[in-house]
Design a protein around this ligand. Sequence first.
Ligand code: TXE
Length: 494
Amino acid sequence: MNDTDPYRMLIDGKWVDGSTGERFDSLDPYRQKPWASIPQASDSDVDHAVRSARAAFETTWRKTNGGERARLMLRLADLIEAEAPRLARLETTDNGKVIRETTRQMGFAARNYRFLAGQADKLYGQTIPLDNADLFDFTLHEPAGVAALLVAWNSPIQLLTNKLAPALAAGCTVVIKPSEHASVTTLELARLAEEAGYPPGVINVVTGDGRVGAALTAHDDLDLISFTGGQRTGRLVARAAADNLVAVALELGGKSPNIVFADADLDAAIPGALAGIFGAAGQTCIAGSRLLVERPVYEEVLQQLGERTAAIRLGDPLDPDTEMGPVANQLQYDTILDYIAAAKADGARLLTGGGPADDPDLPTGYFVQPTVFADVTGDMKVASEEVFGPVLAVMPFDGEEEAIRIANSTQYGLASGLWTRSLSRAMRVAREIRAGTVWINTYRTNAAQAPFGGYKKSGFGRERGLDSLHDYLRVKNVMADLSEDVGDPFAMRV
Ligand code: TXE
């Protein structure tokens, strides 16, 4: 167990156990041992959290000026930065992501709070000149209200920050529900927010499994729900939002294409392909899990990719030299191995990997070998379904048109990458790809300023960048008649 254990939830400014006293263990996926004890919230805890968020919003928070919101966000960013090594260690222990990645993610989280802090006091409306000069019209950008923020286990702080930073900048209050597989850093971040000076009720955290998510999303006093997770749960969340007519934003992962044209700089494209699928052991929503390679360089790419993949260093995720850690939990481990078996059964050619890691230096942990399948065709499961693990499907193509057709052939549309030395080709293809992100000659590169989100069944709503504020604001139009002329009450005034 660790230094702050057992953890408690934050509701209405108080650190509490669940009202039933029920708890569960969070598992360290490398040591395969329980390492933190987390409370399981009851329906009444969830209700308490939403009511406190509502009370904080209505009584004080929605009137807090943007300068104060910016100040608090900057303070939170400083605290995250100061605590980054510890937060990274905790997150790595909780979900098995390598420390070099979690360390960078903590710095990136701080950057995101700072970027949107800069907007908190610049939520300008517009004055709108109308046809009728007697009318004076302007807009106000007001906070949407109480937001439920639900996130998955693969990057708890980063996924939460994508939602929490715009929510706080806009002036919403929040109830956060982290994944039961990795709740620790969310609770640690809530502690830092408390230290930064956020008033009670503005940030609440309820922990537990899907029952808590279901109770939260079914609550009838929310103004919006923002969810990151799998499609199956995403549908349930959207249904719950529909029942209460609450706004909803969904980020549901992808099956992103990473396209290598024959004129690409392969010295850059091969590491780009590795980054796309083996970064975070493939457990990222933006994983470049389909590598499309133009026929003239297909065999060369396979050969280099196979060699580089076989040399990936697996090990303790807390060791800075480790390149790939274990996958995050037993369920994910089993799911990934099932997908590998299905790819073999479907006739994909196994280039490297293809099963549980058998290295005797890895005595414990949910380790899956980094795996590459070649000659994958569109009808195979591994070409269309999100594996969420270190499994790459490589497919050959002939020419730009076929690359675009294959790239757009799944139900998803979150991210994509393309590698070419031709600027005009890069721009042409970028316009044709139906995805919220297109990377050109890079992959898995993020920026606080750049918006991120899905096309098609990868979801809707945008995170990061200025666009992220839209989900958390409401636009109010205010129109004043300066003429003092009553006019005809039975005809619409224009
Ligand atoms: O996610 P879930 P899981 C994909 C990936 C993975 C699959 C399942 O393919 O294998 O989803 O992962 C909460 N109402 N992604 O099971 O179930 C749950 O407690 C409301 C892609 O971990 O989607 C957790 O907090 N909430 C994804 C959150 O939903 C409910 C990232 C996400 O869990 C709920 C992660 C309910 N009825 C997995 N049931 C991405 N976008 O990249 C559960 N939850």
